[in-house]
Design a protein around this ligand. Structure first.
Ligand code: SF4
Ligand code: SF4
Length: 195
């Protein structure tokens, strides 16, 4: 429906709701037949590139994620366990949602590192997961490859993440798709304990 037609009075035919019902039935039937056809051909062992739709029983089964998907942030560490971040504020400056809050302090014991973060907080309730912070970082100190999507809280404070939390996170590579030599996806949905 054209947005300008929204306030037009309904015709007697439209008032019967039959056009809408028939259109919905047609759409559902078309998808059903299309998917059934694809799944039947695959069940018969035919090499069908065209995948039928499937239902994934989330959260028992999790759909593998594509590597470009941006998920929960983590902060990377140096060999000694200290944060790679040098508190340059590039990410905080570039963040369009203004949801990164860094307090810097000097690092006197390392002559080649001027500053480190004293605190590094991100408010995920404001974050729009644009990935600009990752792109802007000159030290590869922040990444969004944890595979954690289940981010929720009963309150706004629960959406804050501090430096220790983000330093403790690891890349969850097994949650991402694997490709074969020809570039086709080989991963299947899998069960994962989300705790
Ligand atoms: S992903 Fe975007 S909005 Fe979120 S913290 Fe990074 S720069 Fe800010
Ligand atoms: S995470 Fe990267 S861009 Fe952000 S303050 Fe640290 S070093 Fe700079």
């Amino acid at each position: 429906m054209n947005v300008h037609d929204k306030h037009k009075p309904l015709t007697w035919w439209e008032k019967t709701y039959l056009p809408g019902v028939l259109a919905g039935l047609w759409l559902t039937t078309r998808h059903f037949v299309r998917n059934m056809f694809a799944h039947t051909l695959r069940a018969l062992g035919m090499d069908v590139k065209w995948l039928g739709s499937v239902t994934i029983q989330y959260p028992e089964f999790i759909r593998p994620l594509f590597p470009r998907l941006r998920t929960h942030h983590r902060l990377t560490k140096r060999d000694d366990g200290s944060p790679r971040c040098v508190a340059c504020m590039m990410c905080e400056t570039v963040c369009p949602a203004k949801c990164i809050y860094i307090i810097a302090e000097e690092k006197p014991d390392a002559p080649d590192i001027e500053k480190i973060p004293k605190s590094f907080d991100i408010d995920l309730g404001l974050c729009i997961f644009c990935g600009y912070c990752v792109e802007a970082c000159p030290e590869d100190a922040i990444r969004m490859d944890t595979g954690i999507l289940e981010i929720s809280s009963y309150g706004r404070k629960g959406m804050m993440r501090d430096m220790q939390t983000m330093l403790a996170l690891e890349p969850k590579s097994k949650r991402y798709v694997e490709f074969d030599d020809e570039g086709d996806v080989v991963s299947e949905p899998f069960v994962e304990d989300l705790d």
